[in-house]
Design a protein around this ligand. Structure first.
Ligand SMILES: O=c1[nH]c(=O)c2[nH]c(=O)[nH]c2[nH]1
Length: 281
């Protein structure tokens, strides 16, 4: 289900899973940027002009979602930035300008990362992917969200989980030093929507911070790790107003161990734990 920063919507529609890859095929790009900019975009629009399509089948003012796909892909050629926040804003503002019947538009984009492997060669990177989402109406930019989804983090040890409720349903032993494998998604909003436009610098810094906190922090639970990370994000990035973190406990199942020095593990089977946290400044 889609949600809008501006609140509940009677009707909205759009196109999802639109991919566009902008290649600077001559390889000429500013220092620190990539010749490959790949994004997977969802664009949703709303307005009373589209209500007759629902109630009577009258499509007079309706822009086909197929045309939205073409708009996103073709306009990507004219986008001269490298960050998703600017890209979402570019598409949203251009769409509003082109179609006066649109009251508001939400654009979200997820990075499709390709890393340079040579002067002319790239291959998929990740697994984590940056994302951004904006909502723009004729009056204002109501939302600028950035995020990173899909971290897969493995720590050799230093992760305990003990002292929890023990009762007739408890089978899990106390754990003092498990190899921790967790997945993590992050999203954050800014004090001012304009603070989102940092050419991707904030997202890169948050990614580094995430790895640093995970590496440095010995924890009593995954909850404690995401709290430490969320607090560091608020402390180190004054432009971030609130942060939402969601982790999955994907700790591998133990096959066999020789003390705490060496072990063999296998993928965690479902079900898995989900742990969420929202922090505001
Ligand atoms: O870090 C953890 N938090 C939990 O809430 C939990 N519950 C569980 O079974 N294992 C874990 N691990």
């Amino acid at each position: 289900m889609e949600r809008f920063a501006s609140g509940w919507k009677r009707n909205y529609y759009g196109k999802a899973d639109v991919t566009a890859y902008r290649l600077h095929r001559d390889g000429r790009v500013p220092e620190g940027t990539s010749a490959v900019f790949g994004a997977n975009v969802t664009m949703l629009v709303y307005g009373d002009a589209f209500w007759p399509t629902y109630t009577t089948g009258d499509n007079t003012d309706l822009v086909a979602t197929d045309s939205m796909k073409n708009f996103i892909q073709r306009e990507t050629l004219d986008f001269d930035g490298n960050d998703l926040e600017q890209y979402c804003l570019f598409l949203a503002e251009k769409f509003l300008a082109r179609y006066p019947q649109v009251e508001g538009v939400q654009v979200s984009a997820t990075d499709v990362p390709y890393a340079a492997r040579g002067a002319w060669t790239f291959s998929p990177a990740g697994p984590e992917r940056a994302m951004a989402r904006v909502e723009v109406t004729r009056a204002a930019c109501l939302e600028a969200t950035s995020g990173i989804r899909g971290f897969r983090l493995l720590r050799l040890g230093g992760s305990a989980f003990k002292g929890f409720v023990r009762d007739e349903y408890t089978t899990l032993p106390e754990i003092t030093n498990r190899p921790l494998h967790m997945w993590l998604d992050l999203e954050w909003q800014y004090v001012q929507p304009g603070d989102a436009l940092t050419d991707g610098a904030t997202t890169r810094a948050v990614a580094r911070l995430t790895h640093d906190v995970f590496d440095a922090f010995e924890s009593g639970s995954i909850q404690q790790i995401i709290y430490a990370l969320g607090m560091r994000m608020l402390a180190e990035f004054p432009a971030i107003a609130q942060v939402h973190l969601e982790a999955n406990n994907r700790t591998w199942d133990t096959v066999t161990e020789r003390g705490e020095a060496i072990g063999v593990y296998t993928d965690a089977r479902p079900p898995y734990g989900c742990l969420g946290l929202s922090l505001r400044r």
